[in-house]
Design a protein around this ligand. Structure first.
Ligand code: FES
Ligand SMILES: [Fe+2]
Length: 416
């Protein structure tokens, strides 16, 4: 896929939508059993058939800038340790000592090795065993078999992806469906990490649904975004991934959505940051939004399922194109506070309330409208992965019987 041409095509479509002040509606509405958000058996299937099967975007490359930089995290009860090695490569390990399973590292930082806090075995940045405490009395240790459990990992577009199955083939290309080529436009590998926030929420899909519609913006977020903000999202689909463009109806234009300025200018001059408009959704659990307060920045939101069906953590990672300086630092922090408030005080309490209702079993279904095509798209793809039997290759699931098809913008299933 020619990345810039695809971005131009999408921008042209957005200009038509802005002109018409309408969106392309999904082909139909959709209903989903509300048990999907509270069923522990389904959650087990999601963990096995989705979160341990597909590449997950785990970090921004700039969080792990130098050799020895590491970060820990937990996804659906799996503790992870991400480390940049001396060779410049980022690796993803199970954050577990191979002696008896103690957690090796906490939080994030920089280190030259990882020494287990239980009996002091130590491991190098490449995950190899480099020291066994009191080896003379412990006995022989097979260093190769004691290497940290390692997951297939890649860096694309300045972001780190890993598959949480040590034996999985590294099928990153087939899964990303060219989306990384478009994300490359940000050049995130040159950006700077500012800060992160962790916000507790309900079931991960409830937390994530809120990132997939603009329908709720002027209602739930009237105190923060204002009641005049548009509620219309134009959805662009790239395999399971997607992008949302805000179709404004009134004169209320978001600072970052400078699309109208493109009209009448030759396409070669269309600036890349304008072409990168909108919200970017990396399936199954990440969204990226741009802002300009405190300098050009993005918030990367990772919705991490917890160990139980009703628990998730939304991690907000704030990156800036240039490190904020002087007044920009306070502005950047104000922006982080604002987005922490929007999600932590408005979206997530809403999803906790929904979950309470669904757990009662008294509201059997939820509905998604033709203006919520992106949520439909997400749930269809989710179902496709969850229903695919264990061991089914990613290629087959992605192709859905039609190799190489990218799901088109008009609906979930493309016409063939
Ligand atoms: S569990 Fe790590 S050294 Fe024993
Ligand atoms: Fe929201």
């Amino acid at each position: 896929m020619d990345g810039r041409q695809r971005l131009i095509d999408d921008a042209q479509e957005m200009l038509r939508r802005l002109e018409a002040k309408t969106i392309t509606p999904a082909p139909g509405q959709m209903r989903l059993p509300s048990s999907a958000y509270v069923d522990p058996d389904l959650f087990e299937l999601e963990k096995r058939n989705l979160f341990r099967r597909v590449p997950l975007m785990l970090a921004a490359s700039c969080e792990l800038r130098a050799a020895g930089d590491y970060k820990t995290m937990e996804i659906a009860g799996i503790p992870l340790l991400l480390v940049r090695g001396k060779d410049g490569q980022v690796r993803t390990f199970l954050n577990a000592c191979t002696h008896r399973g103690s957690k090796l590292a906490r939080d994030c930082g920089r280190s030259t090795r990882f020494t287990c806090p239980y009996h002091a075995w130590s491991f190098g940045l490449d995950g190899g065993l480099i020291g066994v405490a009191a080896r003379e009395v412990f006995g022989d240790v097979d260093a190769e078999a004691s290497h940290l459990v390692t997951f297939p990992t890649t860096e694309r577009a300045g972001l780190v992806w890993a598959i949480l199955d040590p034996a999985a083939p590294p099928a990153f290309d087939v899964f990303l469906a060219g989306f990384d080529t478009l994300l490359q436009g940000f050049s995130f590998e040159k950006w700077h990490y500012f800060e992160s926030r962790h916000l507790k929420g309900a079931n991960w899909k409830l937390a994530f649904d809120a990132h997939l519609d603009f329908y709720h913006l002027p209602v739930l977020h009237r105190e923060t975004f204002g009641a005049k903000i548009s509620n219309l999202a134009e959805y662009f689909y790239y395999g399971p991934h997607q992008r949302l463009g805000l179709v404004t109806q009134a004169d209320h234009v978001l600072e970052q959505d400078d699309l109208p300025s493109l009209a009448g200018r030759p396409q070669e001059e269309w600036p890349l940051d304008t072409l990168l408009f909108g919200e970017w959704i990396i399936f199954p659990n990440v969204s990226i939004n741009c802002f300009y307060k405190g300098g050009r920045g993005v918030i990367i939101s990772q919705i991490l399922p917890g160990a139980a069906v009703g628990e998730s953590v939304t991690v907000q990672i704030f990156l800036h194109e240039q490190p904020p300086e002087g007044q920009q630092i306070a502005d950047a922090r104000e922006m982080s506070d604002f987005l922490g408030h929007v999600v932590g005080e408005e979206d997530l309490p809403m999803s906790l309330a929904q979950q309470q209702v669904f757990a009662s079993g008294l509201l059997p279904e939820v509905q998604f409208g033709r203006n919520e095509g992106g949520i439909q798209h997400f749930h269809h793809w989710l179902e496709r992965f969850v229903d695919a039997p264990a061991g089914a290759p990613l290629e087959g699931i992605m192709a859905g019987g039609r190799a190489g098809k990218v799901v088109g913008p008009a609906g979930f299933e493309p016409a063939t």
